[in-house]
Write a protein that binds this ligand. Sequence first.
Ligand code: FAD
Length: 460
Amino acid sequence: MQYERGSPQSYDQWAKITGDRTWKYEQILKYFKKMEEYLGISTKEGNGDMNDGTLNLTLGQEIWFNAGRELGFTIFNFSEPQRVGFHPLRFTQKNGMRINTYAAFLKTIEETRKTFLEIRRYSIVSKILFEGKRATGVYYTRHGIPRVASAMKEVIICAGTFKTPILLIKSGIGSESQLRAANVGPIIAILPEVGRNLQDHPIVQIGPISFDDNITLWNPQQNFTFEDVEQFFKFKKGPLTNPYELKFGEAIVASNGSAREVGPGWPDLQISFDSVKCTIRLIRSHSRGLLKFNSSATGIEDPFFLTAEFKFFKIDRDIDAMIQGIDFCFKVVESTESFQKFGAKHVHQSIAECDHEEFGSKEYWTCYVKHTAGLSYSAVGTCRMGKKYELDPPRSSVVDHKLRVHDVENLRIVDASVMPTIPNANVAAATMMIAEKSSDIIINHYCRKNSKLCETKNKS
Ligand SMILES: Cc1cc2nc3c(=O)[nH]c(=O)nc-3n(C[C@H](O)[C@H](O)[C@H](O)COP(=O)(O)OP(=O)(O)OC[C@H]3O[C@@H](n4cnc5c(N)ncnc54)[C@H](O)[C@@H]3O)c2cc1C
């Protein structure tokens, strides 16, 4: 998975929203660092805290970074605070293969500290159980058998941006209309923000980009040899360990609107290139969507019960920013010597819906963005963290700054749904940071009462 911390300003904004300074970037940086282990090539020249470097550039990376320098941008590495510039991509990989959060953080603990952690795979939670306002456990099924897990201290929900709000509603926590639609009872707490504030990074792609036919930028994956396969299986090395996007890189830029509004230090566009197409991702969109609960569905288990409405591009400045991202791609591909020496050019493929507009005009790209934009699978925000009541704009939130669900006791949410605003980078790193921070919050809370946890705290 692509790994990026995102901009310091994104987290400073969380601190502002929650009124809790411990969400500021300078404070949460320690959680990023705690979970990161850099296993790539290291150089002494790196400016970040990990001296990561990009020796042995692929041809694609060379072209990309040279184009960036030509356009006057600097190259920054991934452990530096995000800023306007070009940078190499980094992935969560170990021994040449993708590593997930279970393998990275839980497996060893599950195997070595069985008294502390029991993972019950294949369990589907359908309801949080309450005594009055106090969460006491969950109801779940495993291999078709209904079961109850009781909480000694508290219940922590981490079912993600779509499933966590559903679980809350199934358990009687949501807006009045949602709870009515779901026809669940009893009502435990009225929290109108459940399922609202849905955010993602909209993306559009332009291409294909063609090059002179005597260069192949799509290697080395295109031409695997038997030796490459052998190298991978025997030593976990070689071209098969190379995530395909690594061949080029990414650029972080600020649209005019963003630069005007918040200065150049909090960019809103992420541009990447993968040898046939350029991808533009709006990483600080102003759109806010919602999950809709369909009251005509047959019940809460009905797959049509939930629909996600992202409501992208309801705001003109989001479209303007996207169009500036498209212009940027053209600038890189069609105006830099680095790309031009390989004969790079955009091959116009007609979009029937936009044929009535002149290709390349603002109207054409507006139409193109509206008809081709997609999600980047970074959905967040449906159980947003914040103060219980906010005045500007007037609204409430779902969890407080310590991730506790408002108006009930012993219930916390720890996943991407709590993000009040989407960070301007791929969001898995931010989700893992939230998990690291929450473990600190929880240990600090119970440490007062339990000496064993205090020992853990002092060790970490
Ligand atoms: C195709 C794809 C590609 C992506 N690529 C990247 C990338 O390259 N870089 C990046 O930064 N981000 C990427 N993301 C986003 C990233 O995966 C998510 O942001 C991140 O996983 C969110 O973590 P989470 O813990 O909130 O939710 P999840 O990772 O979704 O975890 C929720 C867990 O809860 C479980 N669950 C749900 N409901 C129940 C229930 N009722 N009972 C029991 N368990 C339940 C689910 O099975 C799941 O294991 C990608 C997402 C997708 C879909």
